[in-house]
Ligand binder design. Structure first.
Ligand SMILES: [Zn+2]
Ligand SMILES: [Zn+2]
Length: 177
């Protein structure tokens, strides 16, 4: 295990959310956000309305910047996000999740919680000097982020769709000789 469970979950959610901003945008409805919330096992405040959707959509570019920043820049951003949110880390246990860290009030808006959770996860990534676990998709013309938590660092594509497309392209290139 590269990171603790809560750190890995937060990174997975952050990458998935940032990637919804890639064309075509795949986070455009309140229902879509509710699915994201459920899929990534968020807890706490969830308004299920347009203003929450807009707020979450609006943090995607900041998320992407944080997840792709060099180490020193990431440190600055993490510190700024945590200070701005007056984050107070505490251990919590809820639902079926064992002890993990929450650093912001459960009633804070979802968009803000996503930023703080991602910043907390990046603390581990930065300290372990594992920023190369985060990369841009190796597929042509894809800007999607890839989170590689595999032991042998084998993950190169943001999605199976990208992996398949590249495999087909490589096959065709071989056929042409
Ligand atoms: Zn939790
Ligand atoms: Zn991709």
């Amino acid at each position: 295990m590269v990171f603790t469970h809560d750190t890995a979950s937060s990174l997975q959610a952050a990458v998935a959310l940032a990637n919804t901003a890639e064309e075509p945008d795949t986070l455009t409805t309140v229902e879509g956000l509710a699915e994201f919330y459920a899929e990534h096992e968020y807890s706490g405040d969830h308004q299920r309305d347009e203003s929450e959707l807009e707020a979450v959509r609006a943090v995607r570019s900041s998320l992407r910047e944080l997840l792709t920043a060099d180490r020193d820049t990431a440190v600055e951003r993490v510190n700024a996000i945590l200070a701005e949110a007056s984050a107070v880390p505490r251990l919590v246990r809820h639902d079926r999740l064992d002890w993990h860290v929450h650093a912001i009030d459960d009633e804070a808006p979802l968009a803000r919680r996503v930023m703080v959770e991602t910043a907390m996860a990046m603390i581990d990534v930065i300290r372990a000097d594992e920023l190369n676990r985060l990369a841009i998709c190796a597929a042509d013309e894809c800007g999607g982020l890839v989170l590689d938590l595999s032991r042998n660092r084998s993950r190169r594509y943001c999605s199976t769709a990208c992996g398949n497309r590249e495999a087909v392209a490589a096959y065709r290139a071989r056929q042409r000789g």
